[in-house]
Design a protein around this ligand. Structure first.
Ligand code: 5AD
Ligand code: SF4
Length: 470
């Protein structure tokens, strides 16, 4: 049993980051462990988690398990969890309640909790004491060892908990079963060293570790060969890419090299304003296959709150960067904002509204501050009543929605390129523009996987409607 330890998770040393190419092994006797059995994974949270689930799926299939999208049919049920806010916790424990019910009539089912919540001391304590029927718990650094964890759980009659609280290395031989045949997530770095005071990620994901350019470029080349149209380069803080490598190679260099592979669309997320340099902006301008879409988290518009958050930029610096980004032709910019950070006054909040009014974002993800145990902000005195936080969120969303709608208006009557992804619930096709606008399209199924010209016929606040034109 290896339990998480927040103190250990917080540590940053000068220990060399290793590139490991043979840590993942499925022993001969485990390759058919899942024969005739099914697995179900429920994924919460960000794209990083979505991509981790793609790794977990491939590992389970290496053991002959088959995927099912009905948890009632599964022999193995895994919840890949998110720790970013309290409501993510509540959803997981809610779903575990449903699984418990199922387990009463199907006791052979193996239930597992993995992902960021598994890295939290208090969560694992709770699972150990109140959810004894959960069979396995494994952390974000332990995915490679899932075959052995699963085998131990099937052969021993005890809860298997394996959560490393380490800085982490870069594992290069983990298989992947991608959810899409057209769009792929490509990790370019893991972890985060920014330690924004509200954020749990540096504790759950370890230190910043960039993959080397060779591995990334080869992965993208392979995707091009296999017909993929779009890659999203993933990291908690992609602008800092390369800073931990011993070579002089930064995000701008990587963007250019990925662009040269000829992949039709390149996206990247998430950015931190701190490391966004001019070279990166120029790379986006220089290459048509780097999409004109930037997610640039603001978090707050108040210098005082930004300082308390440890964000290391001011409102003015943010706006300067924003204005530079706006010079990218047709660019769309979205953001993340937290309201109700400890001690946020009405004046602080007005500064945030002021930035939103100036930036007129294409859209924004808005959150009420959620204290995360072990982070500095969780210990700050929080004297803002919840009612006030709710009211601020409401006021903020009103303005965010207004500008989202206004930005969409510009598209009416325009013809834009859309990568058609799939069929929606109402039988329509849907896909995304270069600027990441969701478009619902009437059209034939044969367009799925193609980039087509779409004339926009109607607009909504969060999506566009259109028809395919030649
Ligand atoms: N409370 C509320 N929102 C948070 N985020 C991160 N941590 C917290 C927290 N403790 C938000 C930030 C981040 C996004 C992914 O989630 O806005 O950019
Ligand atoms: Fe969290 Fe800040 Fe790192 Fe983003 S940059 S993952 S908000 S600590």
């Amino acid at each position: 049993m290896q339990l998480p330890d927040l103190k250990e998770a917080r540590k940053r040393t000068s220990k060399e980051i290793l590139i490991k190419t043979n840590d993942y092994i499925v022993k001969e006797n485990l390759k058919e462990l899942g024969l005739g059995k099914k697995y179900y994974i429920k994924t919460y949270g960000c794209q990083m988690n979505v991509h981790d689930s793609e790794n977990i799926k491939a590992i389970l299939e290496d053991m002959s398990f088959e995927e099912t999208d009905q948890f009632e049919d599964a022999d193995v049920i895994l919840l890949n969890t998110c720790a970013i806010r309290e409501n993510a916790h509540n959803k997981v424990f809610g779903f575990l309640g449903r699984v418990k019910h199922l387990k009463q009539t199907h006791p052979h089912i193996i239930t597992g909790v993995c992902g960021c919540m598994a890295q939290e001391e208090n969560v694992v304590k709770e699972i150990k004491s109140k959810y004894k029927w959960v069979d396995i718990v494994f952390g974000t650094h332990n995915i490679y060892n899932l075959p052995n964890i699963l085998f131990d759980s099937m052969t021993k009659n005890e809860q298997e908990i394996e959560v490393f609280s380490i800085e982490g290395d870069v594992l290069e031989n983990i298989p992947v079963k991608r959810d899409s045949k057209y769009k792929a997530w490509v990790n370019i770095m893991y972890g985060c060293d920014k330690f924004c005071t509200y954020c749990i990620v540096p504790y759950t994901r370890g230190k910043q570790r960039s993959r080397t350019p060779e591995y990334i470029i080869n992965e993208v080349k392979e995707l091009v060969k296999n017909g993929y149209k779009e890659v999203t380069l993933l990291g908690q803080n992609v602008n800092a890419y390369g800073k931990d490598l011993k070579i002089d190679y930064k995000m701008g260099d990587l963007l250019r090299d990925v662009a040269k592979t000829g992949i039709e669309r390149i996206r990247f997320m998430t950015s931190h304003p701190w490391d966004f340099d001019d070279d990166m902006i120029n790379a986006i301008k220089d290459y048509d296959n780097i999409m004109p879409y930037v997610h640039l988290p603001l978090q707050s518009g108040s210098d005082r709150i930004l300082k308390l958050m440890g964000r290391r930029y001011t409102k003015e610096k943010y706006l300067t960067l924003y204005n530079k980004l706006k010079e990218i032709p047709n660019v769309a910019i979205t953001t993340d904002i937290i309201v109700g950070f400890p001690g946020e006054t009405e004046d602080d909040f007005k500064e945030t509204l002021d930035v939103v009014q100036k930036c007129q974002y294409d859209s924004a993800f808005t959150f009420i501050f959620s204290p995360r145990e072990g982070t500095p902000a969780a210990k700050m005195e929080d004297n803002v009543p919840l009612e006030e936080k709710n009211e601020r969120l409401y006021r903020l969303n009103e303005i965010v929605n207004k500008y989202a709608n206004l930005n969409n208006q510009k598209y009416l009557g325009q013809t834009v390129k859309v990568l058609i992804e799939s069929i929606g619930e109402k039988g329509n096709l849907f896909g995304y523009t270069e600027t990441m606008k969701l478009v619902n399209v009437d059209g034939k199924q044969e367009n799925i996987g193609k980039i087509v010209n779409v004339k926009i016929t109607d607009i909504k606040t969060w999506s566009l409607d259109g028809e395919i034109v030649a």
